[in-house]
Design a protein around this ligand. Structure first.
Ligand code: PRT
Ligand code: ZN
Length: 206
């Protein structure tokens, strides 16, 4: 059987829990010499590819990896050649719209004609359309939570876990759009004996 490849986050919130999930299934890993980009499994024919979380769907979609572990938020709205094998019960967070505590925006309808800063423009646009609200969506890559203070936006839409970041920036949740957790994604095209055997192995450890 050829060795399987599983893409997981190299550094960040999901890196440790992803590795813990795999070791909890009985897999053992030895660090390779390859600048921490690869982890060889010592008791199963597979290795881990350690990458940025945003690139994991691409690796799986392009058949470079058989499986990947990502937050659902990273695959929202994507139409790719992979599907969710299982939810992993870690990496929980919510995508929320939040406004300054002093804002005149008190409910979702008040977002009409306002500006919303987010890294999830498609999701926000779909939400606004569903609600029949016209609002400007400003796409930012990071530090979304400071945009109301800079008067770049009137509201933000970002991930929240504990709510600490929102509180520190004097923001309160107006509404929750989606919830997310880490999921094991599986290439829909790359099939074969090795992949099926690994799925059976995973089921036996569940
Ligand atoms: O370098 P790389 O691109 O791989 O990592 P990254 O910086 O893009 O991602 P990382 O490590 O921050 O998060 C990885 C994944 O963890 C995300 O894609 C989510 O699926 C999940 N996750 C869970 C979170 C959070 N909780 C979370 N709270 N991702 C980000 N946050 C951020 C949020 O954007 C906000 O800035 O944390 C802040 C809010 O946190 P609280 O606890 O203050 O509410
Ligand atoms: Zn990322």
């Amino acid at each position: 059987m050829s060795a399987l490849r599983i893409a997981i986050q190299q550094k960040g919130r999901l890196a440790g829990p992803s590795l813990e999930f795999l070791t909890s299934c009985g897999l053992l890993f030895a660090q390779s010499q390859d600048r921490n980009l690869l982890l060889q499994c010592t008791n199963y024919p597979l290795h881990l590819i350690l990458v940025r979380d945003d690139d994991i769907p691409e690796y799986v979609d392009l058949d470079f990896a058989d499986f990947g572990i990502v937050g659902e938020n990273v695959i929202w709205g994507r139409q790719d050649d992979f599907f969710i094998n299982r939810k992993l019960s870690f990496g929980f967070c919510s995508l929320v719209i939040a406004v300054p505590t002093t804002s005149i925006i008190k409910n979702v309808e008040d977002l009409e004609s306002e500006r919303i800063a987010t890294s999830y423009p498609q999701t926000v646009r779909a939400f606004l359309k569903e609600k029949g609200i016209n609002a400007a969506v400003i796409q930012l890559k990071g530090s979304i939570e400071i945009s109301p203070r800079l008067n770049v936006a009137d509201a933000i839409c970002d991930l929240m876990q504990t709510g600490k970041t929102l509180r520190e920036n004097n923001l309160v949740v107006l509404t929750t759009l989606l919830t997310s957790q880490a999921v094991l994604i599986e290439s829909a095209r790359r099939n074969g004996e090795a992949k099926e055997a690994f799925k059976t192995f995973l089921k036996s450890t569940a």
